[in-house]
Ligand binder design. Structure first.
Ligand code: NAP
Length: 253
């Protein structure tokens, strides 16, 4: 069990973020759930609290720096310090080939998937550096390394986040800050439902049975938050390999 440690999870209103909040709370972490849908995070936080966990919901748009910075301040005031950030909030819609993409919509994906991660890191680092410790887990994707038709915004932002992971490690790895990416493979969440509906690239053709449950990703995040991250700092840890799955205690690929 984890005593007196606080984790902030963005994109906690469903999918991987929700599963992670529930898993970490069951492990004894105080959890802060952040997303734009306040009714969902309020409900999940209440359910966690009802079974004896410590949880707080904080409505936040990660694309808005002021919203992020207010949330980090509120969390620090409530729990003292933040030990773990899970930068999980992310979007893939609208899926469109470059020529058909809408510049404003493309840009809004950059605001959430890339600038959202930067915003959280920028707001949380001073507090972590003050205590000389903290873990940042950035949810990555195979799309960080491979172009997929219709996903230019998503591939470009995940690739840039992979570099942010390396940058945090480069600048603060020797100051007690551990930063690691997690590439989960395909996961059974609303995002995969949206991908299937697009019908554009091979991922949209996958059988839904090919996806892993979000609870497996939550288990990997809990493992990285403890000792697991040590060998992967500054890089993406992948759940698509037998090595990764076995390390976490999940069935092989
Ligand atoms: P999901 O079910 O669609 O959940 C996305 C979450 O992000 C929701 O909680 C959503 O909440 C939140 N979010 C979106 N925009 C936000 C914003 N501006 N501010 C705050 N929160 C925001 O998707 P998921 O599959 O769990 O995805 C979670 C992460 O895993 C993403 O980074 C995704 O890229 C990554 N990933 C997923 C897969 C997969 O196969 N599912 C594979 C690789 C990587 P609100 O809409 O309420 O704000």
């Amino acid at each position: 069990m984890t005593e007196n440690r606080t984790a902030l999870i963005t994109g906690a209103s469903r999918g991987i973020g929700e599963a992670t909040a529930r898993h970490l709370a069951a492990d004894g972490w105080a959890v802060v759930l952040a997303a734009r849908s306040s009714s969902d995070i309020d409900r999940i936080a209440a359910e966690i609290t009802d079974i004896g966990g410590k949880a707080l919901a904080n409505t936040c748009d990660v694309a808005d720096y002021h919203s992020v910075s207010a949330m980090i301040k509120a969390t620090q005031e409530r729990f003292g310090s933040i030990d773990l950030i899970v930068n999980n909030a992310g979007v893939i819609n609208p899926i469109a080939r470059l020529a058909e993409s809408n510049p404003e919509e493309w840009s809004s994906v950059v605001d959430i998937n890339l600038k959202g991660v930067y915003n959280v890191i920028h707001a949380v680092l001073p507090g972590m550096l003050e205590t000389g410790s903290g873990t940042v887990i950035n949810i990555s994707s195979g799309a960080a390394n491979a172009p997929l038709e219709g996903w230019s915004h998503y591939c470009a932002t995940k690739s840039a986040v992979k570099m942010l992971t390396a940058m945090v490690h480069k600048e603060y790895g020797d100051k007690g800050i551990r930063c690691v990416g997690l590439s989960p493979g395909t996961v059974a969440t609303k995002m995969q439902v949206d991908i299937k509906a697009s019908g554009i690239n091979p991922v949209s053709k996958l059988d839904p049975d090919a996806h892993i449950p979000p609870e497996w990703v939550a288990k990997a995040i809990a493992w990285l938050a403890d000792a697991g991250a040590a060998n992967y700092l500054g890089t993406d840890f992948s759940l698509k390999s037998d090595e990764g799955r076995t390390a976490v205690g999940l069935p092989p690929v």
